[in-house]
Ligand binder design. Structure first.
Ligand code: NAI
Length: 462
């Protein structure tokens, strides 16, 4: 029987990163994945393909709306959906093959198949048994739907089906104004689809800082996306070519319906631990299907760990990666830690949204004295020249100590520029530390320096 120091179940961002770090630390490592390709949801049907479609559709927007303003005169491009899909699939393949290359380079034993537990140190895949001193569960998450709404991935789709529709639909109804709903609404709206988002809460991305949420809905409405907030979808009726989505308008207290070609269900994902037989060996799975862990990602069984979407915390690829590294280093005897307060969150709409740390709403609840430093991209030269000056940087700092508590950005490249704030927070920096740091001109990052200045004597450019 093959035996290892570590077996990682799942080859998504949590699992493959964990396997690579284990191998780097000298541990004999295997990674088991049931899908035909490595990379999990993120690379195959999540982050990477959605960003490819967001990029392509953004280029179309630029060609249609901004090229002529820069003296680039051409016919607006037409959409070749098959070619766009090919580009998306090539991007996926390059990334998934990249992981296979890294596995070979790091001498990781890759087993393709569905794993289940035989004991706390034994795994079976397709009738073959493997033993390991440590096992890491990195099985991720799966789409969840609403009661009575069955996803067929043709007319009623999850994000997976929405990335590979047969054609660009005329009408799309999106249930859920969260991250997936907004990113895919942006893709199809830019491609010419009439998009309506139905959101249960009073605001879209309800857990984000409300300044961001209010501005994002205003900007996306201006881009042509329709929104109905405060409404609960109750049922979906399918006929041959059309679909009727029924919902309660909770503000007007009436029942409404909307007809569409395609419905995207984007109401969240759930932990995936199916078929593992983890409970059969004494493992605990909670009522949400999640495997709970301690702060070193150890489950109730001491040689078994769980990381990423299958365990507590935000369902984010980069959170899973950090946990993968933490577990590898813990197994190797190192003392690693993750600061969950400093994990950034990004929405790849245009403009992008990025946040880290506490929101103003959470600060109000904690009764902490804080100050707000805000700077609009309207005062940022670089943002203006790329026609992307709506939005702002909002920095929250402790009134007494000036220590940075959170940052919320809506604006160009928000997902990239947020990281200087993440690093600053990791080092316990004050707003003044950011304000006193020289920022290259002209960059979008200058807006962060200006927001930091706003926490003190005031910004220069507003
Ligand atoms: P989500 O939890 O972000 O949003 C779901 C939304 O659906 C919520 O706003 C909720 O209020 C709404 N909703 C729930 N029931 C409803 C109903 N009956 N009618 C109308 N609205 C309803 O979930 P989402 O967008 O599906 O994303 C799943 C996970 O994937 C999230 O944890 C997200 O962070 C992650 N993800 C992250 C991305 C990124 O980092 N850029 C990209 C895509 C997904």
């Amino acid at each position: 029987m093959d035996s290892f120091d570590v077996i990682v179940i799942g080859g998504g961002p949590g699992g493959y990163v964990c396997a690579i770090r284990c191998a780097q630390l000298g541990l004999k490592t295997a990674c088991i994945d049931a899908s035909p390709t490595l990379g999990g949801t993120c690379l195959n049907v999540g982050c990477i393909p959605s960003k490819a479609l967001l990029h392509a559709s953004h280029q179309l927007h630029e060609a249609r709306h901004n090229f002529a303003k820069m003296g680039l005169v051409c016919e607006p491009p037409v959409i070749d959906w098959k070619e766009m899909q090919k580009y998306k699939n090539t991007t996926i393949n390059e990334n998934t093959q990249g992981i296979e290359f890294l596995f070979k380079k790091n001498k990781i034993h890759y087993i393709n198949g569905h794993a289940h537990f035989i004991s706390t140190s034994e795994i079976q895949v397709d009738g073959k048994n493997y033993t390991s001193k440590n096992i890491v569960i990195a099985t991720g998450s799966e789409t969840s739907s609403l009661p009575g709404i069955i996803i067929d991935e043709k007319q009623i789709v999850s994000s997976t089906g929405a990335l590979s529709l047969e054609k660009v639909p005329t009408k799309l109804v999106v249930i859920g104004g969260g991250v997936i709903g907004l990113e895919l609404s942006s893709v199809y709206s830019r491609l010419g689809t009439e998009v309506t988002v139905l959101e249960f809460q009073k605001s879209i991305v309800p857990d984000m800082d409300q300044d961001i949420s209010k501005n994002l809905i205003r900007i996306l409405k201006k881009q042509g996306i329709n929104f109905q907030t405060n409404c609960a979808v109750t049922s979906v009726q399918k006929s041959k070519n059309k679909i009727k989505v029924n919902y309660n308008d909770n503000k007007k207290e009436i029942e409404e319906s909307i007809e569409t070609d395609i419905v995207l269900v984007a109401t969240g994902r759930k932990a995936y631990s199916g078929g593992l037989c983890f409970e059969g060996i004494g493992g605990v799975i909670n009522d949400k299907g999640m495997i709970e862990t301690d702060n070193h990602n150890r489950t109730n069984l001491s040689s078994i760990y769980a990381i990423g979407d299958v365990t507590n915390g935000p369902m984010l690829a980069h959170k899973a990666e950090e946990e993968g590294i933490l577990v590898a280093e813990t197994i190797a005897g190192q003392n690693s830690q993750i600061n969950y307060n400093h994990i950034p969150n990004v929405i790849y709409t245009n403009p992008e949204v990025a946040s880290v740390g506490m929101t103003e709403e959470t600060l109000k609840v904690t009764n902490k004295d804080y100050k707000v430093g805000k700077f609009n991209f309207a005062g940022n030269g670089r943002a203006k020249l790329v026609f992307s000056s709506s939005g702002f940087v909002k920095l929250l700092a402790d009134s007494a100590t000036d220590r940075i508590l959170g940052c919320h950005i809506i604006g160009p490249s928000a997902g990239d520029i947020i990281h200087e704030v993440c690093v600053a927070m990791e080092f316990g920096a004050s707003a003044q530390d950011l304000a006193m740091t020289c920022h290259a001109h002209p960059t979008f990052s200058e807006a962060i320096k200006e927001a930091a200045l706003s926490c003190g004597d005031g910004p220069i450019h507003s």
